[in-house]
Design a protein around this ligand. Structure first.
Ligand code: ATP
Ligand code: MG
Length: 382
């Protein structure tokens, strides 16, 4: 997919823009604090309908303004016809207003039934230096990674996740009050139904991408061996292929078995909200947890690998080449690693790339053939 046009109004420090991007992409070069990440934030907003930095919508409105708007025209083409051939065009637009805190999203001028139906229509993958948190932080960061990836790529995942969270919070409230255990248990059928859907989606994704994880990691790390494995909080899950009804049985049994623990802790102790996507590195004494034992460079390679898998997911699920957004990614890597990453991307990612860098010298993707644009005080210059 590629972003043909982007309009922003009162978004962060960006001077109102109407940009047309070349299908192969651009490199956006500018000093610190000029608006490079803001531009990527605006583009990725159209994919996830919120800030990738976790900022609240009100922080995205330019200081002193009332409403921000972002809209993009996306063209899609099949992988084997990178920049020509038939195109489907789609306009994704989002606006947010301070008064009443109102968000409006449209796809080709139509409001989707639910906000959840509005995500994932750009087909973009974003790489940022803060991706390191995917490896460095606790399991909740990796669950968030799975949740976003699957929400964007699996029908029904986001809706199930939203319902699961609602049910979970009701159930936990009942456990906290701790009067009649039956009040908490009344939520179990719903919890199990939504939880099983989430678990099955996660399980299938991890299973189908585990060997790809090891392969891609080996390529970009220069031979390092690593693994990605699913550690669901339920423990044993019936054998693949992650059939939802079997997962539901296992979840119901695990809830049953956790009664004592949850009454003591007054919270739900098993379920997708406690899953772990474990990342490990092969060492001389067996596998070691990347978060505790990996070097800085090793952890960075693992985080990059997760993003590259996200791109691969879009290729497989949507049969489209993803748009790659890369925020200052190469600056963080040593020369060998960035050479390998670039070689890998030049081979596999044939679609549009929009990357940012503080210095022109750092732009070597596509053998330096990307158009270089500048940005100063929020104004983009071709
Ligand atoms: P770096 O190279 O340091 O990452 P950058 O070019 O990516 O810099 P941005 O993160 O895009 O910089 O931020 C640019 C500027 O945007 C910041 O100086 C910040 O003060 C400003 N800014 C952030 N939010 C708003 C807003 N709501 N309205 C106006 N300006 C804002
Ligand atoms: Mg930045």
């Amino acid at each position: 997919m590629y972003l043909a046009e982007l309009r922003t109004r009162c978004f962060r420090n960006l001077v109102d823009t109407d940009l047309s991007f070349p299908p192969e992409g651009i490199a956006l070069v500018g000093a610190n604090a000029q608006g490079k990440s803001n531009l990527l934030e605006a583009i990725y907003y159209l994919e996830i309908l919120r800030s990738f930095r976790g900022a609240a919508d009100r922080e995205l409105v330019r200081f002193g303004e009332e409403v921000f708007r972002v809209s993009g025209r996306v063209r899609t083409g099949r992988d084997d016809e990178p920049f020509e051939g038939d195109r489907i065009e789609r306009t994704v637009a989002a606006a947010w207003q301070r008064t009443g805190s109102r968000k409006k999203v449209t796809l080709d001028d139509q409001e989707p039934g639910r906000l959840a139906d509005g995500v994932g229509h750009v087909g973009a993958v974003l790489f940022t230096p803060s991706d390191l948190a995917l490896v460095n932080e606790g399991p909740s960061e990796r669950r968030r990674f799975l949740n976003i990836l699957l929400s964007l790529n699996e029908e029904g995942y986001l809706a199930a996740l939203q319902r699961y969270r609602q049910v979970l919070s009701q159930r936990n409230a009942a456990l906290r009050e701790g009067r009649d255990p039956a009040l908490a248990r009344a939520w179990d059928p719903l919890l199990v139904r939504e939880g099983a859907r989430i678990l099955a989606c996660r399980g299938r994704w991890i299973e189908s991408f585990a060997s790809e994880f090891t392969r891609i990691h080996g390529l970009i790390s220069g031979g390092g061996e690593a693994a990605m494995t699913f550690e669901p909080s339920l423990g044993e899950i019936p054998a693949p292929p992650w059939e939802e009804s079997r997962v539901a049985e296992a979840y119901a049994a695990a809830l049953e078995a956790s009664r004592d623990r949850e009454e003591r802790q007054r919270t739900t102790v098993v379920g997708p909200h406690r899953d772990e996507l474990a990342l490990s590195l092969a060492g001389s004494d067996g596998d070691m947890e990347a978060r505790s034992y990996g070097s800085g460079g090793q952890r960075r390679s693992l985080a990059l690998t997760l993003r590259l898998l996200e791109a691969e997911t879009i290729r497989r699920r949507k049969d489209r080449e993803p748009l790659l957004l890369m925020d200052d990614v190469f600056a963080e890597l040593d020369e060998d690693r960035s050479d390998r990453l670039m070689a890998f991307l030049d081979r596999t990612a044939v679609g549009q790339v929009i990357l940012t860098a503080p210095r022109k010298g750092e732009v070597r993707m596509r053998r330096g053939e990307l158009e270089v644009w500048g940005i100063e005080e929020g104004k983009v210059r071709r």
